[in-house]
Every structure is written in structure tokens, then in C-alpha cells.
Write a protein that binds this ligand. Structure first.
Ligand SMILES: *Cc1c(COP(=O)(O)O)cnc(C)c1O
Length: 271
């Protein structure tokens, strides 16, 4: 397991990777404010709040759904970092990539550097491209949970052709990610990459859905290995990976790296 959850106590895992080049670019271009989008338990918003504060940037988060008081742990923490929280309806939130909607946000909040939801852009992919370089053992295959597919694109981008990457979408109907990941890849590389695929049957009903089987798998995993997982991302990937191993998917002596993408901050709230 590659422990990206240990990168930083707060800005953990792939969210740090995806912010890294975005914040550098924002600063380089002279921006003083960054704006992004997320749900109420978003690891991305939580990480962005902490990182912007550390770099002296103002931050604004467009949050899906109405404001609930008291704020949950994720949002209370973000606010304590000085992040401005702006709640929009689920309908409005769907416009998050719409140019007119973003223009309105610029009128309302002034100039800002925009990071798409989940850090899903070329800078995000570039950040995740650095993960594989840090693995200093021989391996055949690397696995990650997929939300937007940005992390997966970064892994695939840096993986030698004789190695494979497997993504485990946490959303239902994850096949749409084939196109999204190829789109992201085409933004950072002219080479067509074929040494990857998605395992789309481990979503447990969809985003932020789970059942007792997943929870008991995670609890046993933590007891045995002393590594916590979360039920939204890493738990589903690890469950899927173990299932593939039991089904004989991998040939003998295959070395598989599981990427621990972090995301443990929301756990307290979820519990
Ligand atoms: C956000 C997140 C993911 C999904 O990453 P993508 O790059 O959007 O696919 C996976 N794992 C954890 C723990 C996350 O917080």
C-alpha cells in the first residue's frame, strides 16, 4: 500500500497532489483568491481550506445543498481556516462548469483562480503524475479509487507500458469515466494510453452509499493491518481488490500496489 494518507495531517492524500500545481499556478499568475466546488463532506474543500490558509490565499467554496447549522466537522474546519462558504441549491450546483454561472460568481465574489470540483484539471493530473515516481519497489499493477478520475489519469500518465492501472469508480455507472479519464490524459500527453481499465462493480449502490458487508470488511482490515479506510473511497477499492484476488484475477506472483488516497477527515462526521 502506498500511504498517501500520511502525506500531511490535514491536506491528505490525493487532494494534496491535486492542489499542489493548482496553488502554484494561482500564485504565479498573481491571484489572491481561489474558488472551488464541493459537497458538505468534501475532502477537496477541507484540503483546499487548509492549504489556502497556509499559502496566504483567500478561499471561497461553493457548497452543494442548503446550509445546515451547526456546520458539520468538514465545513466547520474549512470556515475556521477563513474559507468563505457559499451554499447553493442542488440545481444551481449542477451549473458548476457553466460559463454564465461562473461569470455570475465573478461578479459576486470578484476575481479568483478557479479549481474545478475535486481538483479535476490538467494541474490536478500533473500533481498525481508524481505518485508513481515515489514508489521504489518493483510492481506490476497499481489500484486506486476513482471519483473524478483525476488521480487515475495521473497514475496512468506516469506508468510504464508494461505495468497496469486499475481504477475502482465509487459512483454507480462508472463507465463514463473511460471518456473523462481519456479527456484528462489528452490534456497532459499526446500518447494514447491503453494499459488501464476500470472495475465498475464495486460502487455499493453509488456515491457515499455502503452496506454492512463493506463496513465489516473495513473494520476487519483496520484490525488486521492497523490502517484505517473510509467507506466512500478507499474501502470500496480495497474491497474490490480483495475480491479480484479471491476470484483469481491476478496471476501468481503479481505485485499489486494499492493507493491509499487519504480522505479520512470526514470519518468522524460519518461515524
Ligand atoms: C477525492 C478522493 C478520491 C477520488 O479522486 P479522483 O481524483 O477524483 O478520482 C479517492 N480517494 C479519496 C480518499 C478521495 O478523497
Amino acid at each position: 500500500m502506498k500511504r498517501e494518507d500520511l502525506i500531511h495531517p490535514i491536506v491528505s492524500g490525493n487532494k494534496w497532489r491535486k492542489l499542489n500545481f493548482n496553488l502554484a499556478k494561482a500564485i504565479e499568475e498573481g491571484h489572491s483568491t481561489i474558488l472551488s466546488f464541493g459537497g458538505a463532506y468534501s475532502n477537496h474543500i477541507h484540503a483546499m481550506a487548509a492549504a489556502s490558509e497556509a499559502f496566504g490565499l483567500k478561499s471561497i467554496a461553493i457548497i452543494r445543498g442548503e446550509e445546515m447549522q451547526p456546520l458539520n466537522g468538514t465545513l466547520a474546519y474549512a470556515k475556521s481556516c477563513g474559507m468563505k462558504l457559499h451554499f447553493v441549491t442542488r440545481e444551481e450546483y449542477k451549473m458548476k462548469t457553466n460559463e454564465d454561472f461562473i461569470l455570475k460568481l465573478r461578479e459576486q465574489f470578484g476575481e479568483f483562480y478557479l479549481i474545478p470540483e475535486g481538483g479535476r484539471n490538467a494541474e490536478g493530473v500533473k500533481g498525481c503524475t508524481e505518485i508513481v515516481k515515489e514508489i521504489d519497489i518493483e510492481f506490476d499493477c497499481i489500484c486506486t479509487a476513482c471519483g473524478t478520475g483525476t488521480t487515475m489519469a495521473g497514475l496512468v500518465n506516469s506508468l510504464a507500458e508494461d505495468r497496469k492501472a486499475i481504477g475502482f469508480p465509487v459512483l454507480k455507472g462508472g463507465d463514463f469515466l473511460y471518456r473523462d479519464i481519456n479527456d484528462l490524459l489528452s490534456e497532459v500527453s499526446i500518447m494514447k494510453k491503453n494499459h488501464w481499465h476500470l472495475e465498475t462493480n464495486y460502487h455499493f449502490g453509488g456515491y457515499a452509499k455502503w452496506n454492512n458487508e463493506l463496513l465489516s470488511f473495513m473494520n476487519n482490515f483496520e484490525k488486521e493491518h492497523n490502517i484505517p479506510l473510509d467507506p466512500i473511497y478507499t474501502g470500496k477499492m480495497m474491497y474490490g481488490l480483495f475480491d479480484l484476488i479471491h476470484k483469481g484475477f491476478f496471476i501468481e506472483n503479481t505485485t499489486v500496489i494499492a493507493l491509499h488516497t487519504g480522505g479520512l477527515q470526514g470519518l468522524i462526521g460519518l461515524k
